[in-house]
Design a protein around this ligand. Structure first.
Ligand code: HAM
Length: 427
């Protein structure tokens, strides 16, 4: 075969996650699964691609996510498909399709795809963990969901976080607020940033969220949705803040928080990591989407959830010096100097006995095998040579915390390794 002219690299905005870094991912998802499972959320697996309409209708045509960032294409059957840019609209599509009994509480993790300009903390394929709870308007569900996110960050050891919350009202009070905002913005159109001067009428609320100084200044005296809530929304909002207070979750009311997806109603929130660059400091966000089921052809069903970016969480953990990669998972490394099937059998026996075990392959020298044993992170090397084979023993050599080796009867090796690991863990 002729060698290829070109070698390949992962596409821009994607990353390979290799061990040992991948062990942190496993641990993070495991932590999240435990937390969500203990709160009554069940895992869902959803397709990574959907009909483009799920997101166009669900998220909103005028959003950046839909208008600029979709990975969409026609498949071989002529369907207009896109890779999911997020989970929520896809989850609600599944709700409408299957009509599970409510409250329906779910959690998920996996990749999402957005054609963004890649930079540190911003990728084209990124990964989220999240929960969605459908079927209840109870403000204490908002608090439960917010608390789940907050407790998760805490469980990872993160502390330099800022939780911003806001309410966006509902179908009853938002239209009147929107009019008030339009009336405020119209005479100030010329003061807005270039992008919003052109586009502000499409979604006037988004101007509030714009980080550019021109928009910031022009909107300094703008009316806020917070001050234009109908009675039910005001009551809901008060109960959410009250619940957050009761759980002692620190928050900041941020009336500018609009978020980049159009399905939100009432409670919205975002968590920023102070250790990250301000442009990419959002480590998670979410809120209510009480109209999304209907927008996707389903029955009126309220919902709330959040998604957290795994890559950004890990970057923030690095910056805070918390949630290090978990240690090696092999306890024993079998060094084979005897040939034959003895090493094969010993490794199998250790693993069946619940002891993490690895071995060298390819009949290499003692020195070379011990080097691999050291790299494996194992606590002990188990040396099987011709002498050991003849005597029915194994040489157990400690690899950490002082050297030293001894000869152990073959039948007692598994127990011995267990004890060795227990002593090390206790120490
Ligand atoms: P989102 O704010 O678009 O919300 O994304 C949530 C989180 O995903 C962000 O805070 C960030 O940590 C991460 N993220 C987003 N885009 C990127 C990217 N290009 N690279 C790296 N990380 C990224 C949602 O996705 C909603 N579905 C949240 C939600 C759930 N609302 C209700 N339920």
């Amino acid at each position: 075969m002729t060698p290829p002219e070109q070698s390949f690299r992962a596409p821009p905005g994607t990353r390979d996650v290799l061990a040992p870094e991948s062990a942190r991912w496993e641990a993070l998802v495991e932590r999240f699964a435990g937390l969500a499972g203990r709160a009554g959320y069940g895992m869902v697996l959803l397709p990574m691609f959907e009909d483009v309409g799920v997101f166009a209708r669900g998220i909103g045509e005028s959003t950046d996510v839909v208008s600029k960032e979709m990975y969409d294409f026609s498949d071989k059957g002529g369907r207009h498909i896109c890779l999911r840019p997020e989970f929520t609209a896809s989850l609600v599509r599944a709700f409408v399709q299957h009509r599970p009994t409510t409250p329906w509480k779910t959690w998920y993790w996996g990749p999402a795809f957005r054609y963004e300009r890649p930079q540190a903390g911003r990728y084209r394929q990124f990964h989220q963990v999240g929960v969605e709870a459908m079927g209840s308007e109870d403000p204490h569900l908002d608090v439960e969901v917010l608390a789940l996110a907050w407790r998760f960050y805490q469980a990872l050891g993160m502390s330099r976080l800022r939780l911003d919350v806001n309410t966006l009202g509902d179908g009853a009070c938002r239209p009147a607020y929107r009019e008030a905002l339009v009336a405020y913005l119209a005479p100030r159109e010329g003061e807005l940033c270039e992008e919003h001067r052109e586009r502000w009428r499409l979604n006037p609320l988004r101007v509030l969220d714009c980080k550019r100084p021109a928009c910031r200044e022009a909107t300094a005296g703008a009316p806020w949705q917070l001050d234009h809530l109908c009675e039910p929304c005001a009551g809901h909002w008060a109960a959410v803040l009250d619940g957050l207070g009761a759980l002692q979750i620190p928050y900041r009311v941020q009336p500018r928080l609009v978020r980049g997806l159009d399905y939100y109603t009432r409670t919205t929130f975002e968590v920023a990591a102070e250790a990250l660059d301000a442009a990419q400091d959002a480590v998670g966000g979410g809120g209510r989407y009480d109209g999304l089921s209907e927008a996707l052809g389903g029955p009126p069903t309220p919902g709330i959830g959040f998604s957290l970016g795994i890559e950004r969480i890990l970057l923030a953990c690095d910056a805070e010096g918390v949630f290090a990669a978990p240690g090696a998972r092999v306890a024993a490394f079998v060094v084979d100097l005897a040939g034959g099937t003895e090493a094969l059998c010993l490794v199998d026996e250790l693993r069946r006995g619940g002891v993490g075990a690895d071995r060298a392959f390819g009949a290499r020298s003692l020195k070379a095998q011990l080097r691999v044993a050291d790299r494996s992170g194992a606590a002990v090397a188990l040396i099987v040579g011709p002498d050991e084979l003849a005597a029915g023993t194994v040489t157990v050599r400690r690899l950490r915390g002082g050297s030293g080796q001894e000869s152990v009867k073959r039948g007692e090796v598994v127990d011995r390794v267990r004890r060795e690991v227990a002593v090390e863990e206790a120490g």
